[in-house]
Ligand binder design. Structure first.
Ligand code: NAP
Length: 274
């Protein structure tokens, strides 16, 4: 992204400690935005903040567990204390957990998969409720300025169901619903709301899923071949890199993208059309 394209803007990126969120924070900062970094791992946030500070980016960071309802209000209060007025909200924090209801309950097969309601509740809390909660509290200040961007990192699994990932799929489908609904509500106020839907991206999340013995067993995949199977399922035969997703997010933040709202934009190497 061209330097200075987002100067004067302030962005909150959730899940900024690693993976896609970290790449997004770096790109938005490169384009001149001030950034607020949020995740649980304070050490990783501190490292990134130090790197950004050294380039002159205004950076604030703090640890919040977005699975906890109180965190949403606390995060917004903290931003207020820091005098950090969010123009760009990137709801990126997310978790994936393998789940299976049928194998264990009906077939007597102890899959060992975490098909618990607690996984369901936690997945919806982090991936969906936190995104809505932050949009609800931060959109009014964007409306006041008549400029804002809300970008929700959904997934191809938010459009095409993911087997043994019911909670994850539900949360990502839900995020696209939230995106469309808020896009309609905010359309006349200079605020765009979009979902970005990655396919396989080379991050810890993908690596953990691909290497999860339960995921391999449920999908009847030999763990040794798991990475190749994931890779070869993509028409481009590769995993997307985090900075590719970040570039798309960066573009959606620019004024050139002001006409794009309510969309779910895939970045998946062609996976969505297989
Ligand atoms: P990742 O490497 O696992 O990073 C997830 C980020 O979310 C981390 O910064 C993590 O930070 C944060 N996070 C997780 N639980 C949290 C919690 N309870 N409270 C606050 N922050 C939390 O995953 P990623 O691949 O970068 O994923 C980023 C987004 O892209 C997610 O929404 C994911 O669903 C989506 N996505 C990923 C892929 C893929 O293939 N990788 C594909 C489609 C969509 P801490 O651990 O420090 O809290």
């Amino acid at each position: 992204m061209a330097a200075g394209l987002l100067s004067g803007k302030a962005a909150l990126v959730t899940g900024a400690s690693r993976g896609i969120g970290r790449a997004i924070a770096l790109q938005l900062a490169d384009a001149g935005a001030a950034v607020a970094l949020v995740a649980r791992d304070i050490g990783k946030l501190e490292d990134l903040a130090r790197r950004l500070d050294s380039t002159g980016t205004k950076t604030v960071y703090n640890s919040f567990d977005l699975a906890l309802e109180d965190s949403i209000n606390n995060l917004v209060d903290w931003l207020r204390e820091k005098d950090f007025h969010v123009d760009i909200l990137v709801n990126n924090a997310g978790i994936y957990g393998t789940d299976s209801i049928a194998m264990e309950e009906y077939c007597g097969w102890d899959s060992g998969a975490k098909s618990s309601l607690s996984l369901w509740n936690k997945t919806l809390a982090v991936n969906l409720s936190a995104a809505f909660g932050l949009a609800r509290l931060l959109a009014p200040q964007m409306v006041e300025k008549r400029w804002g961007r809300i970008i929700n990192i959904s997934s191809i699994s938010g459009q095409k169901a993911e087997v043994f990932g019911t909670a994850y799929s539900a949360s990502k489908f839900g995020l696209i619903g939230v995106t469309q609904s808020l896009a309609l509500e905010l359309a006349r106020h200079g605020v765009t709301v979009n979902s970005v839907c990655p396919g396989w991206v080379a991050t810890d999340m993908a690596e953990e899923q691909i290497n999860d013995p339960e995921w391999c067993r449920l999908n009847d995949i030999n763990p040794e071949e798991s990475l190749d199977i994931a890779r070869l399922s993509v028409p481009q035969m590769r995993l997307i890199q985090p900075d590719e997703v970040a570039s798309l997010v960066g573009y959606l933040c620019t004024d050139s993208a002001r006409g794009i709202t309510g969309q779910a934009i895939n970045i998946c190497g062609g996976l969505s059309i297989t």
